[in-house]
Design a protein around this ligand. Structure first.
Ligand code: UDX
Length: 447
């Protein structure tokens, strides 16, 4: 699509339906309404829709509640359980339902996407672009088109792939100021509608990458797998740093300043988690195996990440002289990263049960993780205050780098502990600071 052509398109408000009010659907719906479009978000979950109608945001995402209220008040954003109501007159329908890893084989489970496609097919009235936001394996958009065509041979529609690259905790910023928008569309009509949708971004010169369907689908997997690779790479280098006496922070800094490498996603830690990297790396590996084009780097990245989590358990045990049984361990952070309440695939879900399994008594402080974490981490005692949680404990583990944990009075913490030992798995402190504060043992990652 030539850029000059796009710029000539005048402003117009589109009517958009979003199927699925999970993380991606909700953020996309709210942000698209903020672009000026008329957006209706649909979900089967009546309680969720009732809460959203009452202005309650069911997830923790900074800034989302204010943006939601503003657009509801402006009459541009609504919520419903009725797909036909949301789709009446809609020029675009976004499918943003979950694609979890299928149990057993790691394939993306597309049952929700296909079910949504059937419902969209039934409700199509007039031309609409059916846009896939959910992360789906290569070829899914064509399958989706087949499903709709089969269900409604008379329907006038196109499909488009529009993968999301939203980071939890920074999702609004990522939507409003993206590195790029990827649009996989193959007809002029579909391209035109997608262009209108993203017009505000286009006008501010954010790159819009227009491709075919398969390329758009693959961009998402390749980007996430590459970022996961960077993390696994630095985590392996971190282990080597420990052996040779190097500091991984210095190594990452020295590497990252090479513009071809870049400094982002080179923070060594307890392994990547979240709703995307684990699922998407696994799905990419499966796609490769299925098509006999093995994605060996991605397969290794997955294995390395599993190993990193186990290595953290070993480090914690080593700090305690090999014995954690009967000892109180305080863990700071349970979510897979800060500024989210999301516990999906969090390293804590591997590390904490291992410690409990070895007989430790684990107390956790997390600003947002408790609600989800309580059922996922049985046997844990949840606390609100790092200082009282650390009292009488024999090891303090930093697992998630929440701002709240970055500037603790380490001296006060150490004084309260039975044996002040610090496992700093996000490298937010350093050995000297810890030792000066009275810690008798310190271990970070790669230092
Ligand atoms: C990610 C991608 O960034 C986003 O573009 C995609 O669409 C969805 O997946 P998100 O899962 O929200 O977003 O989190 P992100 O900030 O990317 O972090 C993922 C995991 O990697 C976290 O567990 C984080 O702690 C870890 N990480 C990240 C590191 O261990 N080191 C780093 O340098 C960066």
């Amino acid at each position: 699509m030539p850029s000059g052509h796009l710029k000539n398109i005048g402003p117009s408000q589109l009517k958009i339906a979003i199927i699925g009010t999970g993380y991606v659907g909700l953020v996309s719906g709210v942000c698209l309404s903020d672009f000026g479009h008329d957006v209706a978000c649909v979900d089967k979950d009546e309680t969720k829709i009732a809460r959203l109608k009452a202005g309650e945001v069911p997830i923790y995402e900074p800034g989302l509640d204010a943006l939601l209220s503003r657009n509801v008040a402006a009459g541009r954003l609504s919520f419903t359980t009725q797909i036909a109501e949301a789709m009446a007159g809609a020029e675009a329908v976004f499918i943003a339902v979950g694609t979890p890893s299928r149990r057993g084989d790691g394939h993306a489970d597309l049952s929700f996407v296909f079910a949504a496609a059937e419902e969209v097919a039934a409700a199509l009235d007039g031309y609409a672009v059916v846009v896939t936001k959910s992360t789906v394996p290569v070829g899914t958009n064509r399958k989706l088109a087949d499903i709709i065509r089969k269900a409604r041979p008379d329907a006038d529609f196109d499909v488009a792939s529009n993968p999301e690259f939203l980071r939890e905790g920074a999702a609004i910023e990522d939507f409003m100021r993206p590195d790029r928008v990827v649009i996989g569309a193959e007809t002029d009509r579909a391209k035109e509608v997608m262009t209108q949708i993203y017009r505000p971004l286009y006008l501010r010169d954010f790159p819009i990458v227009c491709t075919g369907l398969e390329s758009a689908e693959l961009i998402k997997y390749a980007a996430n797998a590459f970022l996961a690779t960077k993390i696994s790479f630095i985590n392996e280098i971190a282990a080597l740093c420990e052996r040779v006496g190097a500091d991984v922070k210095a190594v990452a800094n020295g590497m990252g300043l090479d513009g071809r490498i870049g400094s982002k996603f080179l923070h060594a830690g307890p392994g990547y988690g979240g709703s995307c990297f684990p699922k998407d790396t696994l799905a990419l590996a499966r796609i490769g195996q299925e098509l006999a084009v093995p994605q060996r780097i991605t397969e290794t990245v997955i294995a390395v990440n599993d190993g990193v989590k186990r290595r953290m358990v070993q480090k914690a045990q080593d700090l305690c002289g090999g014995i954690v049984a009967g000892r109180k361990i305080t863990v700071l952070g349970a979510t897979f990263k800060p500024n989210t309440d999301d516990m999906r695939e969090s390293p804590s879900l591997t590390i904490v049960p291992s410690l409990i399994g070895a007989g430790a008594q684990v107390h956790i402080v997390d600003p947002q993780g408790r609600r989800e974490g309580e059922s996922l981490l049985p046997g844990v005692i949840w606390e609100d205050d790092p200082y009282s949680a650390a009292a009488e404990s024999e090891l303090l583990i930093v697992l998630t780098e929440w701002n709240e944990f970055r500037a603790l009075d380490l001296k006060r913490i150490a004084q309260g502990m039975r044996t002040p030992r610090l496992a700093d798995f996000r490298n937010i402190y350093d050995r000297k600071t810890a030792t000066d504060a009275g810690f008798v043992a310190y271990d970070g990652v790669g230092r």
